[in-house]
Design a protein around this ligand. Structure first.
Ligand SMILES: [Zn+2]
Ligand SMILES: [Zn+2]
Length: 117
């Protein structure tokens, strides 16, 4: 994974402390860590938070950069959005290593309905 920002590099060298995702509050496995710019980098943002890749992707699927810049530049604001809440409720039911939603749910589509979460 390419380095996205300088601030985080230092913390990667210290002993592995479980990092919790502020979105779904699950531990983030090393290979799923992704830095999200609270204010989009394209808008001059520098502060990042560490999220699951899947949670990160979801933020950008829901919001545009200008929405993020104007309103959703804190985790609190993100979590107040109904679309985010829906996603978080869903992703919390997955195991911590879960990453590729699309593929898995498509393959399991036959049995998905019977599997209550
Ligand atoms: Zn991001
Ligand atoms: Zn997460």
């Amino acid at each position: 994974m390419a380095r996205k920002n300088r601030d985080e590099v230092a913390s990667w060298d210290v002993e592995p402390v479980p990092v919790l995702c502020p979105m779904c509050e699950r531990v983030i496995p090393d290979d799923q860590k992704d830095a999200h710019h609270l204010v989009p980098k394209s808008k001059g943002g520098k502060k990042t938070v560490c999220l699951h890749r899947v949670c990160h992707d979801q933020i950008h699927a829901i919001f545009t950069d200008s929405q993020l810049m104007k309103k959703f530049f804190t985790i609190e604001a993100l979590l107040e959005d109904p679309a985010v809440q829906k996603f978080v409720a869903w992703v919390k039911s997955k195991h911590p290593g879960f990453s590729d939603s699309a593929k898995e749910s498509r393959q399991a589509s036959g049995s998905r309905r019977g599997r209550k979460q």
